[in-house]
Write a protein that binds this ligand. Structure first.
Ligand code: TA6
Length: 306
């Protein structure tokens, strides 16, 4: 983005002292938020929340120190938006995993400060010839990301079916949370849920008690609508993941080998992260009727461990 484009963007959407746009890592255009509650950085590519840190807290969102930042390249960490499919494309392995939304530019459509000083930023992805090539379908669809930065982080992914035919999407907020040491963390809220274990051929199992991680974990929890709690004893906190409009959750940590193969995790990055993803994936994809919409909403909150 050129200086004059940043100037135009700031003239239209900057919030003095709270929100400004400029070049970020790798020259990617970013929105930088700093209000009385928290700081955050959001790449316009993919409407990708890269960082969110409530003042006085350790970072809540993990961003790999070895992440690559380049146009069209997915960013390792933050909150990747998976849309309009989750995971591998259902029929064409040549198409990007987790859809194209996270690697294309989104347009800023609104910014505002709320009365409680939280900062709202709304971005929209309108379809293009390039996206239609990857996702040919009869009905015009667009998606918006509503991001609210405060002592909590709220995100809502709104898919609008603007046409006269139904459309099916998979979507997710593929959030990387920062933890002190994954080996000490417990994830509550999924006990009793059935899950597909992608580390064991996708076999269907049932979660017993909290999730603990001591090797590669990649699980799609079905019928999971309750809050998840990421309990971090060393940082004496837990991160509450609340959601609406999502019927499945994914827990993922690549552990050593997979992280090394991916190349953008850094040497020990996997020890300080866990993905708890709010998704509509696998058998939980979403059908949106003509003129309808689907909302996937999350709220992340940090709570002290008594
Ligand atoms: O959500 C878990 C997962 O599907 C893993 O299987 C792994 O592929 C991860 O997403 C990261 O995918 P990415 O395309 O961002 O490298």
């Amino acid at each position: 983005m050129s200086t004059s484009e940043f100037d135009a963007l700031n003239r239209q959407h900057a919030l003095p002292g709270k929100l400004a746009f400029g070049p970020g890592p790798g020259g990617l255009a970013v929105a930088v938020v700093n209000n009385s509650h928290a700081s955050a950085m959001i790449a316009l590519q993919g409407a990708h929340v890269m960082t969110w840190t409530p003042h006085g807290q350790q970072p809540v969102i993990w961003l790999s120190r070895a992440a690559a930042f380049a146009p069209g390249k997915s960013i390792r960490g933050g909150v990747p938006i998976c849309w309009p499919w989750f995971g591998p494309h259902p029929s064409d392995a040549k198409l990007p995993g987790h859809g194209f939304a996270r690697t294309v530019p989104w347009e800023v459509v609104e910014s505002r400060s709320l009365r409680d000083d939280r900062t709202v930023l709304v971005l929209r992805l309108a379809e293009t010839e390039a996206t239609r090539k990857q996702w040919p379908h009869a009905t015009p669809v667009e998606v918006e990301a509503h991001i609210t930065v405060g002592t909590t982080l709220e995100m809502e992914l709104v898919t609008h079916n603007n046409g006269s035919a139904p459309v099916t999407i998979g979507d997710a907020l593929h959030t990387y949370f920062e933890v002190s040491d994954i080996r000490e963390v417990k994830i509550h809220g999924l006990g009793g849920c059935p899950y597909l274990d992608k580390v064991d051929g996708g076999s269907r199992k049932q979660q017993q008690g909290p999730v603990t991680i001591g090797s590669e974990v990649d699980r799609v929890y079905l019928d999971s609508t309750a809050d998840c709690l990421i309990e971090d004893p060393r940082w004496r906190r837990r991160i509450r993941v609340s959601k609406r409009g999502s019927r499945s959750s994914v827990v993922w940590n690549p552990w050593t080998e997979k992280a090394a193969k991916m190349g953008d995790f850094g040497t020990r990055g996997y020890l300080n992260m866990v993905c708890v993803e709010s998704t509509n994936a696998a058998e939980d994809v979403v059908n949106i009727g003509p003129g309808g919409e689907h909302r996937l909403w999350v709220r992340y909150a940090v709570e002290p461990l008594s």
